[in-house]
Design a protein around this ligand. Sequence first.
Ligand code: NAP
Length: 243
Amino acid sequence: MELTNKTVLITGSSRGIGAATALAFAKAGSRVILNARHELPASLKQQLDELGAEYCFLPGDVSDEQVVKKLTKTAWEKFGGIDVLINNAGITRDRLLIGMKTADFDEVLQVNLKGPFLMIQALLKKMYKQRAGVIINLASVVGLHGNAGQANYAASKAGIIGLTKTVAREGALRGIRCNAIAPGMIASDMTAAMPQKAQDQILESLPLKRFGEPAEIAQTALFLAQNDYVTGQTIVVDGGMTI
Ligand code: NAP
């Protein structure tokens, strides 16, 4: 699939991986619809403006069904269709399972798994009608391997891999492809919030001896959007973390 003049909706794109992905698609000539709960930083708007990008920002919480219905309707009408949906919004509420609060389990599942389900469901019928659409979900290596202190997050990311495979199977004959990306440790606000000691230990264990850059995840999203013969896959981008 060519990316010029295509419309891409990216949830959670005000910073980190989502923002880098928005910039990468804008550079490739796509129209970009950004989303987050809070306003876009001025620096991101400036970067998009400097690229001459056609873009808009639709604020809203992806775990709220009514918000998602409104947001997807507005997004679809704004540019007359959506070619690529990237479910990127995600949160962590880390704690060992023994002390994890039910509310923290629920919140992570609501945003990381129910959010993508709502977004996909709201857009799928329309994508079926246009007989084309690419869906990319942000999973994590933690969804494949588990991680102490992240039972909620791991469950949400394992869930998204199952969701991805199912959407790929259901959508294949209707022109839809659906894949997931499983990043390892990527430099962003999410990983910067981890205790320094944990960051240092992970860094030391990584074969490539560095955290990934958000732009390196964005490159994978570009690949998945463009390659028409890849569906139902989870692409690990982790600097060798899980070799
Ligand atoms: P981040 O820097 O924390 O950014 C998260 C983005 O999501 C922000 O734009 C945030 O903006 C938005 N967001 C959060 N909750 C939302 C909600 N309910 N509705 C809409 N937007 C929401 O995260 P990141 O590190 O870039 O991670 C992006 C994705 O990659 C996540 O799904 C994450 O689980 C996954 N991932 C990241 C890593 C990593 O190492 N960084 C590794 C594996 C997987 P607001 O706060 O304004 O809403």
